[in-house]
Write a protein that binds this ligand. Structure first.
Ligand SMILES: [Zn+2]
Length: 318
């Protein structure tokens, strides 16, 4: 590790997380692969990129659910670059990802919540964790932070706060906290669910960031799905640790009933999708990310690669 990291807003070229970078990468997607599936509360286009492969396991990779988690978005564009060119945006080859992609039906949603992304910083490497909670969950005008549970039933009124957190769209609704397993107030997810109806994902990788360790926050599944999850997570953990990166193994402490009700739970209940969130390194829950953007991208890509491998070897549906 380079001990001289400094607070900075300068973004590496391989980290397209700002609106200009996102728009440039979307514009470069071949028209036959690009699908506009809706419009955000703030009026931004919602896109997905398709690599159909009929009859193969259907894998979805989604990023940017939370606007304050820019590394997930940057990593998705690195994944797309690998699928087309065999190497990521920093020039690192990922031959296994490129090879496995031919055996899967892949859909990528690089920026699920573009409203949140647009108002949050484009990298948190080098930041202090102080203030990140408000960055995620909004500050009221009296500078107090909105508790996430308060916003679940009805959202929050954007006019009553001084900063709308990265967890929200421009109308003040939470991206990843449905009211119940049948009801989401997040219009972006309503539109994505409608799109999915015809061919639901068999596996759904939901890229997030909230720890100093990379980990899989996976709850709310029954066996035999949990066995699949353990297998993916064990493989991912071994390979991330082999690089000397931090990884938290403790992801199965909770029972099926006790987990957070997030979008992955909705997908599991509705479509039987093997769906889980990977939490990249950012420091929201713990320390600031003492690593570089390149490490953050590599962690996500390793998790995606191992999940691809499992799908090719044995499929996602138990
Ligand atoms: Zn998140």
């Amino acid at each position: 590790m380079d001990p001289r990291y400094v607070a900075k807003m300068r973004l590496p070229d391989f980290w397209p997380a700002d609106e200009a970078g996102i728009n440039a990468h979307i514009a470069a997607v071949p028209a036959e692969r690009l699908e506009k599936y809706g419009t955000s509360a703030g009026g931004r286009d919602l896109y997905l990129i398709r690599r159909p492969n009929p009859g193969r396991p259907r894998l979805w990779v989604i990023a940017g659910t939370h606007g304050h988690e820019p590394g997930s978005v940057a990593s998705c564009f690195n994944l797309l670059h690998i699928l087309d060119h065999g190497e990521d945006l920093k020039g690192k080859p990922w031959p296994e990802i490129a090879g496995l992609a031919d055996e899967l039906d892949i859909t990528v949603v690089p920026v699920f919540n573009p409203d949140g992304r647009a108002r949050c910083p484009d990298s948190l490497v080098g930041w202090s964790t102080g203030g990140l909670e408000g960055l995620a969950q909004s500050w009221r005008k009296d500078r107090s932070v909105v508790a996430i549970e308060e916003a679940v039933p009805n959202g929050i009124n954007p006019d009553e706060i001084i900063f709308l957190g990265g967890r929200f769209n421009d109308d003040g609704f939470l991206a990843n906290r449905p009211v119940d397993v049948s009801t989401t107030l997040f219009v972006e997810f309503q539109q994505l669910l409608a799109y999915m109806e015809a061919e639901p994902p068999e596996c759904y990788i939901d890229l997030h960031a909230c720890g100093s360790n990379f980990f899989c926050m996976n709850r709310g599944f029954s066996e035999p799905y949990r066995e699949k999850l353990r297998e993916i997570n064990t493989a991912t953990a071994a390979r991330i640790k082999a690089l000397g990166h931090q990884y938290s193994d403790n992801i199965y402490g909770d029972t099926e009933e006790s987990g957070i009700l997030g979008n992955v739970r909705m997908l599991y209940v509705h479509f039987g999708t093997l769906a889980f969130p990977y939490e990249g390194r950012q420091g929201f829950l713990d320390i600031l990310p003492w690593c570089d953007e390149a490490d953050i991208v590599d962690d996500y890509l390793i998790a995606i690669r191992e999940t691809m491998r499992l799908g090719v070897e044995q499929g996602y549906i138990p």
